[in-house]
Design a protein around this ligand. Structure first.
Ligand code: SF4
Length: 466
């Protein structure tokens, strides 16, 4: 199966795609297996094991909560974020979990939610779920790997060679313009005289059985969620969970709104707005709110911020928004197919770097760039994030994540502008930059890959301001 735009952009809840959205889907998949085997109603207890980064940063990323809510039958794309907290507390406090909302099983959080610190499965984000019958005998268990962006695969799928159900894009062609690299994508665009968005949308139409209206409606829904997330983030006040740090987007928003004339004199005021849009989304994400993986939750603010820059500060159109998201998704697919979008696999360059690259290319596309300038913008967007580590303080997707999204959104716009000043010719291809990111990520010590055992997570000291 070829990747879809909606594999890259998925509606979910914060704070993490790999640590929250993925584990919730894993719980869901486990329920489906129990149903298929006809044993759901004979299960009397379950146990969840978290491994690698899911164990080390699972509490800060709500992995435990997500896995249990998935087993209770909730889905990331339609769960009410406000109801999620209460549902989780009920499970922990009452010691009862209703599998799929129907089969009551006992659940002792202290003994049945196990954080395997220091142990890793086939991937840095591993989890295993066990189901036992009334005799206490484990009648079914499954290992899941959360490989970034909310994608969940079973361990056997991860190990299968390409073409035998292994990782993404291993099946027969199902789209008119199949591509696996940026070079192939550009060649197809040139050969068929298509923009990247036109190509991606033609593929999406084929995946949707020819129903272009349905595709457009789904893309519009993605933008709606992104836009609502910005709006909510601008208004919400108070503290972020666990850290109790104050939210800043609403403060910045009030400052900007209080003095709109200043924008006429300050040429960089637009940068403040873009930074604000990104931070608003990531504060919502940190609070477990409704966000779109773009391509992950930790990096969820960059693409909405740059798209909001396009709609608010440029001549924009409804089709332009669709083209933006289609182009961004096509670039995101290159990262997903040839490298990774998982911070646990390759550090923050894989999350924020990929999002910056996607946003830069997409913005160039809707501002009228050639496909080669788009590729150039996407390459610049990644090149200057290479080597960026993932070291969230206390395992929370807050510091450095929230500010980092603002910085990357600005960087994406700069990358677009640099590329559009050129003619598309440039020294480093997007393909080689993607490969460099991946290989650099593999070289990173695990303490810099979403384990909160290095970098800021270890050396940052609290700062008191009088
Ligand atoms: S540092 Fe980057 S990759 Fe790590 S959790 Fe934060 S945003 Fe995600």
């Amino acid at each position: 199966m070829a990747l879809s735009i909606f594999d890259i952009f998925k509606i979910g809840i914060g704070p993490s795609s790999s640590h929250t959205v993925g584990p919730m889907w894993a719980g869901h998949r486990f329920l489906n297996d129990l149903r298929e085997k006809g044993i759901l109603n004979s299960i009397t207890s379950v146990r969840v094991g978290l491994y690698g980064s899911l164990a080390l940063t699972g509490k800060g990323h709500n992995t435990d909560k997500a896995a249990l809510l998935g087993l209770a039958g909730y889905r990331p794309d339609n769960i009410d974020p406000d109801a999620a907290d209460q549902a989780f507390e009920d499970i922990v406090n009452k010691g009862v979990l209703k599998l799929a909302g129907e089969q009551e099983v006992s659940f002792n959080y202290d003994t049945q939610m196990i954080f395997h610190y220091g142990e890793e499965l086939e991937h840095p984000n591993g989890m295993r779920i066990y189901a036992a019958d009334q005799n206490g005998i484990v009648v079914y268990y499954k290992t899941y790997l959360s490989v970034g962006g909310g994608f969940i695969i079973c361990a056997d799928e991860f190990n299968a060679p390409a073409g035998q159900g292994g990782q993404v894009n291993s099946g027969a062609p199902t789209v008119p313009y199949e591509f696996k690299s940026a070079a192939e994508l550009l060649a197809l665009c040139t050969e068929h005289n298509l923009t990247i968005a036109e190509l991606a949308l033609a593929n999406e139409k084929a995946l949707a059985g020819g129903d272009m209206e349905a595709v457009n409606a789904k893309i519009d829904a993605i933008w709606d969620v992104m836009r609502n997330c910005i709006e909510r983030g601008l208004r919400m006040e108070g503290a972020l969970p666990v850290s109790n740090m104050q939210r800043r987007a609403s403060v910045m928003y009030k400052q900007l709104m209080a003095n709109p004339e200043a924008m006429l004199k300050d040429h960089f005021a637009i940068m403040d707005w873009v930074t604000l849009f990104a931070m608003a989304v990531n504060e919502e994400n940190a609070c477990g709110g409704r966000v779109v993986t773009a391509p992950t939750n930790g990096a969820a603010g960059i693409i909405p911020a740059v798209l909001a820059y396009y709609t608010r500060f440029n001549d924009s159109s409804e089709q332009g928004v669709r083209d933006f998201l289609a182009t961004a998704a096509a670039i995101g697919m290159l990262y997903k197919m040839n490298a990774t979008i998982s911070g646990a696999e390759a550090g923050c360059q894989a999350e924020v770097g990929s999002a910056c690259s996607m946003a830069a290319g997409a913005l160039a596309a809707v501002l009228g760039a050639t496909v080669h300038q788009v590729e150039n913008a996407a390459e610049i967007g990644m090149e200057h994030n290479l080597g960026m580590t993932c070291d969230p303080i206390d395992g929370l997707v807050q510091v450095p994540c929230i500010e980092r999204n603002g910085m990357a959104a600005i960087k994406a716009i700069t990358a677009t502008r640099m590329a559009m000043r050129g003619d598309g010719n440039h020294a480093v291809s997007l393909d080689s930059c993607i490969e460099t990111m991946y290989r650099t990520g593999l070289d990173l010590q695990s303490k810099y890959r979403e384990t909160s055992t290095g970098g800021l997570a270890v050396f940052a000291k609290p700062q008191c301001v009088a």
